[in-house]
Design a protein around this ligand. Structure first.
Ligand code: NAP
Length: 302
């Protein structure tokens, strides 16, 4: 029996583990993939206090080592269910089940798909959701990025350093992402921005070889031959497995205030899967601190 199980080893979950260990609680962190979460895909973080520049990988590794050093246990299994039995929470994975007095859901979110035919088959064969992971395969090649948020803008900037030509396709005429990123992108000679357009068809043999892009204003269709398509159209919160204990809003985010309490006593939520107005690294780590502090209070009250 642990005091606290944290589900998710992204910045929110690992910060929660640090705070809970500093309060001398036993802590298990369950993670489906690898530590770091979404921030692993960011090549250069320049808006987190202390370090002017740090890669998402280096940031995550430092936080992981800090949490491990303080005594948090990490197990790489996916939590698929939580049972709340008389106050004891049982977290079920495909291999095991683990018990705790309190649980913090720091599951973050997964990539939103375009929903096009063959998108899944072509993932890894010309379609990618991670420019920093796969960009290197497209040196001196032609790529497109879809999306208008900071991820799409940063991906396009990153790829502009590697690829021969980058198309950025956005469904509106203004970006959701920061003006700074947009200005940097507009200054790049090998970047063409296509506004008011959607990717409407994937053209492939074994690998993706072209896309059809439809102009939303006049309906015209343009075919772009390319080697890679990077999809950066936002994320979907990963709360589905815990809807029995947590209220979700229409978009699937866990409903909880700044104190990170959910409707179920002893179940807290931290990070990008929580309802909030600003999803950033700094707000994710802040959530981790808050959720752990509240979870510690809960455990002490039992
Ligand atoms: P996002 O901000 O939600 O942006 C998603 C983009 O994809 C939007 O431009 C949206 O268009 C577009 N989109 C959504 N569904 C689409 C579809 N089906 N087809 C075509 N386009 C679609 O997601 P994000 O860029 O991944 O960023 C997530 C959060 O992380 C944001 O808060 C962002 O600021 C933050 N972030 C921060 C940094 C940083 O600070 N360094 C880096 C990366 C991300 P509309 O604009 O028309 O809705």
């Amino acid at each position: 029996m642990y005091d606290i199980i944290v589900i998710g080893a992204g910045p929110a979950g690992m910060t929660a583990a640090i705070y809970a260990r500093r309060a001398a609680k036993t802590v298990l962190v369950l993670e489906a993939l690898s530590y770091g979460g979404q921030i692993l895909n960011t090549p250069d973080i320049e808006n987190y206090p202390v370090e002017a520049h740090i890669s998402g990988f280096d940031f995550s590794t430092k936080v992981y080592e800090q949490a491990k050093g303080l005594g948090a246990e990490f197990v790489f299994e996916k939590a698929v269910e939580i049972k709340d039995e008389g106050g004891v929470k049982t977290v079920v994975t495909p291999k095991n089940s683990y018990q705790a007095k309190a649980v913090i859901l720091a599951t973050g979110s997964e990539n939103r798909k375009l929903g096009l035919e063959d998108e899944q088959r072509l993932t890894g064969k010309g379609i990618s959701y991670c420019a920093t992971c796969d960009g290197n395969f497209y040196r001196n090649k032609v790529v497109a990025v879809v999306g208008g948020g900071n991820t799409a803008l940063e991906d396009a900037l990153y790829l502009a350093d590697l690829a021969k030509q980058v198309y950025l396709i956005h469904r509106r005429d203004s970006f959701r992402g920061d003006d700074t990123n947009a200005a940097r992108l507009k200054a790049r000679e090998n970047v063409e921005i296509i506004y008011n357009a959607n990717v409407t068809k994937l053209i492939a043999e074994k690998r993706l070889k072209a896309i059809e892009v439809t102009d939303k204003l006049d309906g015209s269709v343009r075919t772009i031959e390319l080697n890679g398509l990077f999809v950066a159209v936002g994320r979907v919160p990963e709360n589905q497995n815990f809807a029995n204990l947590v209220q979700l809003d229409d978009a699937g985010y866990a409903v909880a205030g700044e104190d990170c309490h959910t409707a179920t006593p002893g179940v807290f939520v931290a990070g990008d899967n929580r309802v909030k107005t600003l999803r950033q690294l700094v707000t994710a780590t802040a959530d981790g601190a808050m959720a752990a502090t509240e979870a510690v209070k809960f455990v002490n009250s039992l």
